[in-house]
Structures are given as C-alpha cells and as structure tokens.
Design a protein around this ligand. Structure first.
Ligand code: AMP
Length: 864
C-alpha cells in the first residue's frame, strides 16, 4: 500500500509538472462560473466520507499560487466506496450546467505490489435541492452523471522517468430545475488527484449586430436548442419594415442566425455600430438611404441631422418632388406668341419659355377676357368659348379657340406653368395678345315649335339663335316632303321668329329646318322637325283652296302681275342708277309702307325683287305728313335721356334708353332740336328722320321713331356704341386684322348698295358719317338734304357754288354738281382708303384746291 504522505508528495510534484507544461489554465470568458475550486485559496471543506477516503491537500500552481485539491489512493484494499461532496452550488439562471474536472489518475500497472482491488475510474453524481442540506450524505439521493475514466493515466516512462498526464473531462447536466445542487465524486479504489472542479453555464453576451442591441442571454437547456432574442435598435435607428432584428443564442453561447435589422433614421447615417446625424449641407431623406447626400441645387440646410434641405428664396419644391431633386422656380413667359383669326375662331401659337424654371413639366394655360373697346373694361370669357385641345394643361404650344363672339375684342394671356407655379407668390408672367374677331354667321336656330298644323299649312315659331353674331335680318325655312325621293325642297323667308308655310299637301309628312341670316350670311340649319299635315275633312267638300283649276288660274294671274312688276321695276331701277333720284309722283303714290310689311315671301317659284324705292320728303307739301309716313311717333315718356354724346347741327345728341310697351328697352341715340328753332329748322331737322325712316338694312342706321308732339323735338335712332368710324379707327390704330377692316368695308358697301338700289344718293359718304356699333358693324348715317352744304365741316365752297367735301367727292360732282350713285362709289373708294389707313386724312396735307385740280389718275397715286 502506498502511504498517504508518499502519494501526496507524488501528486504535488505531478501537478507542478502539469501546470508548467500547460502554460496556465485558460478560462473561457463567455462562461458564467458557479464553482471554481482553483479560485478558492482557503480550504474547500467539502464533505468526505468515510473520513479516510478523499483528503484535501494544498498545492501550488505554476505561479506558486496555492490551490486546493482532493486526493484518494486506497488501491491496496478492496471494496472501496469513498464519497466526496461539494458545497451547495446555487444555479442562478443557468439551465444547462457544465462540469469540468481536471484530475490525474495513476495507472494500476505502475503501482508496485497492487493486485485486484486497484481501479482506474471514479463516478460523478449530483443532487438537486432548493436549499443547502446538512452535512449528511445519502448515496441513494444522488443521480449519476457518468463514470469518469482517464484519457491519460500517468505511468513510469521507458527511460524510467515518471510521466504525469492531467485529464480534463467535461460533463453536462441538462436541465436543473431546483434552485441549486451538489456534486459528488465516488471513488471505488483508484488513485486519483482531483486538481480542479469547475462548474459553469454558458451565456450569449450582449452584442450590437446590424444596429440592434441584443442583451445578455442564457443559453437554452437542451442541446441544440436556440433561444430567439429580439434586438433593440440603437438610438436614431429604426427597425426595417417587416424585418425586425432577431438573433439566436446557441447552447454554446454563440449568437447565430441574425434575422432582420435596424437602419439609421432619416437625417442619420451609420458609423460603426451607431447612427450619426448628417452634417450641415447634407441630408438623408429616408432610412432606406445608406448615405447622407449633399443638398441638391438651390437648396441648403444649416443644421445637422436634416432629412431634407430647404429651398433658397424664389425656389420651390412641388409636393410630388422628392427631396433629392433641385429646387425649382416658375417658368418665364412663353415667347413669340402669334395668332391667326378666322371669323370667330382664333389660333394661338407660341414658343416655349426661355427659362423652364429648371423643370421639365411645363404646360400652358390660356386666359381669355372679352374687352369692350375701352381697354379697361374686360370680363372673363365664360364657359361658352371652346378651347381645343384644352384651356389649361396644354403640352403643345398651340390652342384653337372657337365660339367667340363676332366683332368682339378679346385679350388672350398664355402662361407657362410648371409644378411650382402655384406655390410661387411672385408675379405671373405671360404673353398676351388682344385680338378682334371678325364677323360670323349666326348659330343654329333651336326650339322650333309647331304652333298650328292645318291640312295645307303649318305655323311655326322659334327662338333667336343663342349667338346671332349680328343683327338677324331674316330667317329661312326650308321644307320638303319626307317621303319624296329626290328631296326637292322649298324655302320661305320670315323677318320675325314665326312663319306660316302654306300650299302644303294634306296628310303628308314634311321636314322643316330653319336658319338665320345676318350681314355675315346664313347660319347652319337647325335640327330637322317632322310635321304631318292634317287629313282632308271630307272628299265631297272641295274648297277653292283645293280646286286645281282655281289654283292654276290664281297662279297664272299672280305670275303675270309679278312679271309686269319685275320688268317695270327693273326699268325704274336702271333709271335710278343712271340718272339719280327721280321725283316721280307715280312712285310716290304707288309706295305704301303697309304693302311692305308682309313677313314672308314664297321663294320656291318666284323671287320678288326689291321693290322699295326712296321717296324724297321734299316732295311732300306737308313735311309733317312725310315724317309720319315714314317714322313712328314715339311717346316722350318712353325715352330716358342719359348723357350728351355729341353736338349736331340742330342741337345736342344724347344717349339713352327707349322702352316701348311690351318690348324690352334698347339703347338709343337721341338727336334733339334746340329751343327757339325756326319752322325751317324744324322741317330740315325732321327731314333726316323722313329719309332714314324709309330704310331698313343692317348697314344703314335704323330710325326708332320721332317725338314731334312734345318738346324738345327728337329723332330717336339705334345707338351705335363706338361712334363715328373715323374717330374709332384713329383710336384703335393698328389693332384690327385686314379681314376685320375689309369686313367693315363690306358692311358699308352693303349699306350703300341698298341705298343705291333704293335710288338714294348719299352725297357725303365719308368715314366720319359711318357709325360703328359694339359688334363692329358699320352703318351708313347722316341723311339730310341740306346737310352736305351746311353741316359737314369738311365741305368747302367750290367755284360751281355750294359746299362740297372735296376730298371725298367725285370730279364730276365737284365740277358739274352731278351727284349719282356713281359719285357715291367714288366716295366709297375714299372711305376704303380711310379705313385701311386707320382714319388718315385723304390726300394728307394737300390743299382742297390742289385736290380738286388734280386729275383722277393723279389722285389715284395716293396709295398707302
Ligand atoms: P350727327 O349730327 O349725326 O353728325 O351726330 C353728331 C355726333 O353724335 C356724331 O359724330 C356721333 O359721334 C354722335 N352720334 C350721332 N348719331 C349717333 C348714334 N346713332 N349713336 C351714337 N352716336 C351718335
């Protein structure tokens, strides 16, 4: 048997050798130590039973630090059962406990004289308890962990030296459920030195991974189970959407399988394991962006941690603009705005703005205002005006504007806009043009109502077109039998908004369409209206209306009469044209205003020629009769004088309103006869009304009536808003298109042709004697017999006697006082020159004498 002291000395020696060879005991920093026998320098005072079994022995490690060991070596005697129990080990939050044993074990063969009883293993046990137990030791309460054998035992070397091997064995106690436990070592007859006992569990230590902090985490209880741990984002970081950070703590105390991550918030970027604010002049708009970026053009930030940069003054960012794009500004005005008018249609075209404001979303919008001829008075165009392709949001640089009013003045403003235009409070920049529209045909006649349907006639009424575009002088009713193959149609004309169409067949379906006529021509026909005439009452009753023999006879007689009138009228007309007015008592007597008042003329077989002829009021013995023959006597109470607009030869000219019973009130010009007039002056004054009252044409100023039975004596005329043409043109110099100017001339020509057809010679046709209304319609005015001599400031005395407006008058009229429609045509030529030159003085500064001395060919050299 090995004596105790010998064995101790031997083991102490061996320990020393081992420590030196090992270079010291390295400890795993991640482990949480519950018991480390080596760390304790005082006596361990574990329980050893029986007392002669395990023995606590002090030793020194390589640093000569004292360590405590337990040894047993009862190899000579059989049936050994020596127990050694540790103190109570509180487990804390450990779930899986590791027990590391370091020991040396003597090879039985190396022990001299040992037989049978020598063992080379020992057993490891544990007992779970919630608290410390007494010092008693009951074997049956222990659970065996394992039998521990040495990997290396130490023995005698080949050369006789002794080799010492330290064994390290680690065993695991899975799942300790009580608060603590004891370990116990059972020796059954081996020679062992228990150099150290270490009890520990593993932990995953707090780390920062993917900008998330994971706390210290105890490993799971069973082998291979991973503990899932949620990470917490570091400051100024946020979880990535649907991807919260997680890690798994393995039983080995390793962090495994990172899932999800945190990312630095907007305004912060990652530096190492932290988020730092973006510097000044930099921004990061989203947590998704990795880096801070420099502020885009025209923006800045003077603080740290910005998620976007602010725009410089005058620059903006649209709502849809991401913070990464430069700040921008509204575009400059479109360039080179040009227009093209065609009647009531205007085309505008322009070039893009010189400066788009730094954006590529430039569109255009068009403002439209209708202005009176006084520029300040403009109103928005309203919804009736059409814009093609659109009024706003135009991508292309053109727009077509339709349904404008005829003869109206419009201002169009084309503005370039981009995504920041509405944010800017700076003044809007646009290109503008003022355009005057030309004449246009009236719009469609709608709402046709069948007032009365008979067997052979249909009575219709309708509304005036919504846009008459001028004065409607008549309507044309077109109709045809619905089932007729070749669609031969007939027309009836009416001056009012109703008409009766006669000579229809009974029980027959007819189609009716109506269109309006103005000086600009016919409008388009309105929708078709189908009407079936009534059935014949009875076959037995044959009225004269239905008797074909009577019809033929009536038509034959009427035809003959009309033919006679046409031939007669033509001859008279020719005489008028060639010789000037004829004071014919026959014509005078034959004329009856009432005869002319029939509203309709049947056109499909005969066209009635213009039979109306001018009658010189001088031919009336009683001038009062002439006035009342041609002019309506008005009640002075129907007239409201508003203001004075000019001075006439006989008194003031005023503007005002005329409200006749049952009619809407209209604007009128009122010429007054000044108080204290002589009878001749009264006659001459009213003479103009007697002449004017005979005319009914859209281009001749219309007489509303006269007031002769009260004072002052008045002549009431339609109001012409823009006054006389010469002054109007001079005021709007260069503002009209050639088409508009020619349109004015066309109107004057139509009025003059009408007067010539009536046999009236004007004698003083000049732009100053043409009046212009708000629709730019020109009308011939200034009628009076003595007027040329007395009234016209341009009239000068000539060698032939009498005052003549030399510059406007034909040579033969100057020389021989031969005034005819032909000399009016000469004057018309001068008016053409005046219109096209915007009211220049004919022959400029040539004297009247030089003008009248110049031959016609010399005069024609005065071109514009
Ligand atoms: P008169 O006596 O016809 O030469 O008219 C004198 C001035 O009155 C004209 O030059 C016009 O400016 C004005 N005037 C005459 N008639 C009208 C009218 N119907 N509407 C508007 N202004 C008129």
């Amino acid at each position: 048997m090995l004596s105790r002291s010998k064995a101790r000395a031997w083991i102490t020696f061996c320990l020393h050798v081992w420590w030196c060879a090992r270079g010291g005991g390295a400890q795993n920093a991640k482990d949480v130590i519950l018991l480390d026998s080596k760390a304790q320098q005082t006596e361990l005072e574990w329980i050893s039973y029986p007392p002669n079994g395990w023995e606590e022995i002090s030793g020194l490690d390589e640093n000569y630090t004292p360590i405590r060991t337990y040894q047993v070596c009862q190899v000579m005697e059989p049936n050994q059962n020596n127990w050694l129990r540790t103190n109570w080990i509180e487990k804390g939050d450990a779930r899986r406990i590791f027990v590391e044993l370091k020991f040396t074990l003597r090879d039985c063969n190396s022990l001299p004289g040992v037989v049978g009883a020598c063992k080379e293993t020992f057993n490891l046990y544990y007992q779970e308890t919630d608290s410390e137990m007494g010092r008693g030791l009951r074997e049956d309460q222990y659970v065996k962990i394992d039998t521990i054998a040495a990997d290396e035992s130490f023995t005698q070397g080949d050369l006789g030296e002794r080799k010492m091997k330290l064994n390290t064995e680690v065993r695991v106690i899975d799942s300790v459920t009580r608060r603590g436990f004891y370990l116990a070592f059972q020796d059954v007859g081996a020679c062992i030195a228990l150099v150290s006992v270490k009890v520990y569990y593993k932990r995953c230590w707090s780390i920062i991974e993917n900008l998330a902090t994971f706390p210290d985490t105890t490993t799971g209880s069973e082998f291979s189970s991973l503990v899932e741990v949620e990470g917490m984002c570091v400051s100024d970081a946020e979880e990535e959407a649907d991807n919260s950070p997680k890690m798994h703590c393995s039983t080995d105390g390793e962090w495994l399988v990172p899932i999800g991550k945190c990312i630095c918030k907007a305004g912060f970027h990652q530096k190492g394991d932290a988020c730092e604010p973006c510097g000044r002049g930099f921004y990061k708009s989203s947590s998704q962006d990795l880096q801070c970026s420099r502020c885009p053009a025209h923006s800045f930030t003077d603080r740290e941690g910005s998620w976007r940069c602010d725009c410089e003054d005058g620059y903006y960012r649209a709502l849809s603009d991401p913070p990464s794009v430069a700040c921008t500004r509204p575009p400059s005005a479109p360039q080179n705005l040009v227009y093209n008018t065609n009647q009531t249609t205007v085309n505008l075209e322009w070039s893009p703005p010189a400066d788009t404001g730094g954006r590529n979303d430039v569109t255009y919008r068009v403002g439209c205002r209708r202005c009176s001829w006084e520029p300040e008075e403009c109103v928005p165009c309203g919804p009736t005006v059409g814009f093609s392709p659109a009024q706003a949001g135009l991508v292309d640089t053109y727009v077509n504007i339709v349904d404008l009013l005829a003869h109206a003045n419009y201002t169009f403003e084309v503005e370039a806009v981009n995504g920041v235009s509405d944010l800017s409070r700076t003044q809007r920049l646009f290109a503008a043009v003022s355009i005057a529209t030309g004449q246009a045909a009236p719009s469609q006649v709608s709402e046709v109502i069948k007032e009365k349907v008979q067997q052979r006639s249909v009575q219709l009424s309708w509304q005036e077109p919504q846009q008459p575009n001028g004065v409607i002088t008549e309507y044309e009713i077109k109709y045809y039998e619905k089932d007729q193959k070749d669609r031969i149609y007939s027309t009836v004309r009416s001056k009012s908004t109703s008409a009766t169409v006669n000579n229809l067949k009974p029980s027959t379906a007819y189609i009716f369409q109506i269109r309006a006529f103005t000086e600009a021509g016919f409008g388009t026909f309105g929708p078709r209206l189908e009407i079936t005439t009534k059935e014949e009452a009875t076959a037995a009753i044959v009225s004269s209306e239905q008797n074909p023999v009577i019809i033929i006879a009536v038509v034959a007689v009427a035809g003959t009469i009309i033919l006679v009138f046409m031939v007669f009228g033509f001859i008279i007309g020719r005489r008028y044209a060639l010789a000037g007015p004829i004071d014919s008592p026959l014509l005078h007597c034959g004329y009856s205003k009432a005869d002319q008042e029939g509203d309709e003329e049947l056109y499909f077989q005969f066209k009635f020629p213009g039979t109306k002829t001018y009658i010189d009021p001088e031919t009336y013995e009683d001038p009062n009769r002439a006035v009342h023959q041609f002019a309506k006597e008005l009640d002075a109470s129907c007239i409201k004088i508003e203001r004075v607009i000019g001075a006439g030869e006989f008194g003031e000219v005023c503007s005002g309103r005329l409200k006749l019973p049952g009619k809407r009130d209209v604007s009128v010009a009122i010429k007054t006869l000044k108080v204290g007039y002589t009878e001749k002056q009264r006659r001459d004054f009213l003479c103009e009304a007697s002449i004017m009252g005979q005319f009914d044409h859209p281009n001749v100023v219309h007489l509303e009536g006269v007031v002769t039975r009260g004072k002052p004596v008045m002549i009431v005329i339609e109001y012409m808003e823009n006054g006389s043409l010469d002054a109007f043109l001079r005021k709007h110099d260069g503002q009209f298109t050639v088409i508009q100017l020619v349109g004015m001339l066309r109107g004057i020509a139509a009025g003059m042709r009408y007067l010539a057809d009536m046999g009236y010679v004007h004698r003083d046709l000049a732009a100053r004697n043409i009046l212009v209304n708000s629709n730019l319609v020109c009308k011939v005015s200034d009628f009076g017999l003595s007027r040329v001599m007395e009234d016209d400031p341009e009239a000068v005395y000539t060698t032939t006697g009498g005052k003549i407006p030399v510059r406007w008058t034909a040579p033969e009229a100057i020389q021989y006082r031969k005034f005819t429609s032909a000399s009016d045509v000469w004057s018309y030529g001068i008016v053409m020159w005046e219109v096209m030159s915007y009211g220049e003085r004919p022959y400029w500064d040539m004297s009247n004498q030089d003008v009248s001395d110049a031959s016609p060919s010399e005069r024609s050299e005065f071109t514009l």
